[in-house]
Design a protein around this ligand. Structure first.
Ligand code: FDP
Length: 337
């Protein structure tokens, strides 16, 4: 055996030791989430085998059909964290309102916001899907968590991460001390450190966007994508296109290989003038991760981390990935709208 084996528990604990005043609550919360991720991963890997596949026939708050696995992932995260005394309130992409901590359990110092199973329209096709989470601190004074605790800008996050259920299951997280990735070893049931201190390249090789929406984008976004495809050998263009259509998978690929993911605002659906993705459950946590990895996230005009949320399920245009490329996208939007 050559390399040191570092479990996620040991890694989180070692990070905590750098902060002598830390109480261990955040450490324990991250560990609770890792445990929930293992349980969700187990069910996802059986998705093609058991009757859990198929639609429940209900619609979520975004008007999308909810699959059973989404419900399972949502319930698992709630069940693994609500009783611990570490959380004051939760919110999920699947649930229209706040998820309060039941009165029978103590109230904690943290807020958990999550997308339990992102990319779920891909489940039936065996495409990678993921769980995204964001942890904020309780800022309200009352005995329980409030909507105001959830509606905090991304730069206030205490931690964020995602789990990708792909060819292997990986958990990637940050507490503001770099980005670290762990691969689940299913034979021992542990997440082991496989990608310490992830840094994303400052320039992309790949761009990821649903180009079927081209005709619905603004002039600036259209021109930017044309620019990425135009040949200029010295400048490293054209870029290669990669679009899985599953945010966590697209983001993870670009984080490691260098790339820009975009979900711009479009005029296709007048109900969704701000694009498709949600600020609190998708854009803000991934923005925290990409910034810690040396990249950037923008809504086309300003850093995602600075956007003040106004409602739980708010959508936001997203340009995220290699720094120079996000800068360039903003430049096109500034010039051409
Ligand atoms: P899905 O609809 O499968 O849940 O956030 C939702 C999401 O997937 C993202 O994971 C993905 O990046 C995006 O939507 C794909 O949307 P399009 O089908 O419009 O490209």
């Amino acid at each position: 055996m050559t390399a040191e084996i570092i479990t996620i528990e040991r890694h989180i604990l070692e990070q905590q030791r750098r902060f002598p005043k830390a109480t261990g609550e955040l450490t324990a919360l991250l560990y609770d989430i890792a445990l929930a991720a293992k349980i969700i991963s187990r069910e996802v890997s059986k998705a093609g085998l058991v009757e859990i596949l198929g639609l429940t026939g209900e619609e979520n708050v975004q008007g999308e059909q909810v699959m059973k696995l989404d419900v399972y992932a949502n319930d698992t995260l709630v069940r693994m964290t609500e009783h611990t005394g570490r959380l004051c309130v939760m919110a999920s992409e699947e649930i229209p309102d706040l998820i309060p901590i039941p009165d029978k359990y103590p109230c904690g110092r943290y807020v958990l916001l999550f997308d339990p199973l992102d990319g779920s329209s891909n489940i039936d096709m065996n495409v990678s899907i993921g769980t995204i989470f964001s942890i904020q601190r309780k800022v309200s004074g009352g005995p329980r968590g409030t909507l105001g605790d959830c509606l905090q800008p991304g730069h206030k996050q205490a931690a964020a991460g995602y789990v990708i259920y792909g060819s292997s299951t990986m958990l990637v997280y940050t507490t503001g001390q770099g980005v670290h990735g762990f691969t689940l070893d299913p034979s021992v049931g542990e997440f082991l450190l496989s990608h310490p201190n992830i840094q994303t390249p400052s320039r992309a090789k790949y761009y990821s966007v649903n180009e079927g929406n081209y005709g619905y984008w603004s002039e600036g976004v259209r021109r930017y994508v044309d620019y990425l495809k135009a040949s200029d050998k010295a400048a490293g263009r054209p870029y290669s296109g990669r679009y899985i259509g599953s945010l966590v998978a697209d983001f993870h690929r670009n984080l490691l290989a260098g790339g820009i993911f975009m979900y711009p605002a479009d005029t296709k659906d007048p109900e969704k003038p701000h694009g498709k993705l949600r600020l609190l459950y998708e854009a803000a946590p991934l923005a925290f991760i990409i910034e810690q990895a040396g990249g950037r996230a923008s809504d086309g005009k300003q850093d995602i981390m600075q956007v003040q949320p106004e409602s739980l399920h708010q959508r936001v245009p997203l340009f995220i990935g290699s720094k120079e490329d996000v800068d360039k996208a903003e430049q096109f939007i500034r010039e051409f709208g």
